[in-house]
Design a protein around this ligand. Structure first.
Ligand SMILES: Nc1ncnc2c1ncn2[C@@H]1O[C@H](COP(=O)(O)OP(=O)(O)OP(=O)(O)O)[C@@H](O)[C@H]1O
Ligand SMILES: [Mg+2]
Length: 377
């Protein structure tokens, strides 16, 4: 898989948010969707050039294929397919209707371990800052295998029993992916640490104390990385605090943690709803949205205060996260490091809109940024 020079067509946040909205609407308009595997990490999203070069890919999409986002940046989609599937991937990318704003098609890609993955792709073309180089927003969906003679959708519609089978299959697939991720990431890291410690022990026995100390220093760094990776994987699954404490208390814990990690930041949470008043299917989404919005404020806003409000009126649940930073920028997004790929906000937007909610992001009059979501109860 040869790396190519990362393409840099300017990508504007507003265009991306607009493309996500159009993609979601077109998906809904194309009729009832087949059952597919959902992932605790949220929608698997990527932005590519019209030649299929990956500009940006979120963790969910990379994890679906068993890679990290950084490993895939600058590659072409066809690069992550087996030789025999490449022509088909190219054919999809250059199809006669490839420039239709919205398309959906199937591709077979290869996961890191070489296994073939059949994925359904929803694609929305959108303008970039460079008028001659439109970009494409891709949403990858892993269809569930057929269930007897019925299609996934028919089975999912049929009765509650079938629906629970699909849900269970979806969860099984997610667990398989997680197991592969733990095996490839954590498993290999632990093996490496074991080898380093054994090597250090051998050198100590031979009286090579300095060499042993160097090896142990490297092992400590490796352990630190692995702890970070483990925390990330755990945090991406349904947060334990949510299970144990309910949403209001879990949000409060999250806010305190952010306050502790950034000394100059005050996080004010005002939650006027009881846990029992919040629909079960929205709880994890709300937690994730607040988590991503807090991450964004810490990463991009240099704010001194964040106000989070969760309220309800007669018919709606309302969430707003507002900071007093410099406001979200209108200059092109340049995903340039592994921790930032510019797809967090539209992932958030997808979560809200997929449950029938409305998502907005506003620059506040007095500076700062407000992200809000609203769901009908
Ligand atoms: N609260 C905020 N204040 C200022 N700028 C913001 C804020 N939230 C987002 N932004 C801007 O919007 C951009 C897009 O945010 P988004 O969360 O989609 O991507 P990201 O944080 O760069 O990467 P990631 O995919 O890791 O979330 C950011 O790069 C940043 O420039
Ligand atoms: Mg972000």
């Amino acid at each position: 898989m040869d790396a190519i020079t990362p393409p840099e067509p300017p990508m504007r946040l507003r265009d991306l948010i607009d493309a996500m909205r159009k993609l979601g609407k077109a998906m809904r308009d194309t009729g009832p969707q087949a059952a597919h595997v959902s992932d605790a990490r949220g929608a698997a999203l990527a932005v590519t050039t019209s030649e299929g070069a990956i500009v940006s890919m979120n963790r969910s999409a990379a994890a679906l294929l068993g890679y990290t986002g950084a490993e895939l940046a600058g590659k072409r989609l066809a690069d992550i397919a087996h030789e025999e599937d490449r022509t088909d991937v190219e054919r999809q990318l250059y199809a006669v209707d490839a420039n239709e704003p919205f398309r959906s098609f199937d591709v077979t890609l290869a996961g890191r371990t070489g296994h073939r993955m059949h994925l359904h792709v929803y694609q929305q073309t959108f303008a970039s800052g460079d008028a001659d180089a439109p970009l494409r927003l891709l949403l990858f969906v892993e269809p569930l295998p057929a269930y007897g003679e019925t299609t996934p959708h028919e089975a999912a519609q049929k009765d509650a029993y079938s629906r629970s089978i699909w849900l269970t299959r979806g969860q099984q697939r997610e667990r398989e992916r997680l197991a592969a991720e733990l095996h490839d990431g954590m498993g290999q890291a632990l093996t490496l640490i074991k080898l380093m410690v054994e090597d250090a022990r051998m050198r100590l026995r031979r009286g090579q104390a300095d060499d042993a100390a160097q090896l142990l220093d490297a092992a400590v760094l490796q352990i630190r990385d692995s702890i970070g990776e483990m925390r990330q994987i755990c945090g991406e699954l349904r947060p334990l605090a949510l299970e144990r404490l309910g949403l209001p208390a879990a949000l409060s814990t999250l806010c305190r943690r952010v306050e502790q990690s950034v000394e100059t930041l005050r996080v004010v949470l005002s939650c006027d709803v009881e846990d029992s008043e919040i629909p079960e299917h929205l709880k994890a989404d709300i937690f994730r949205i607040v988590q991503e919005a807090l991450n964004n404020v810490v990463k991009h806003a240099a704010a001194s205060e964040i106000r989070i409000e969760l309220q309800r009126d007669a018919a709606h649940l309302l969430l707003s996260i507002r900071d007093d930073g410099p406001g979200y920028d209108k200059h092109p997004l340049r995903p340039d490091d592994a921790s930032s790929n510019g797809l967090g906000l539209i992932g958030m937007q997808h979560r809200v809109e997929a449950q029938g909610g409305a998502f907005t992001m506003n620059a506040c009059d007095d500076g700062g940024t407000e992200v809000s979501a609203r769901w009908r109860l």
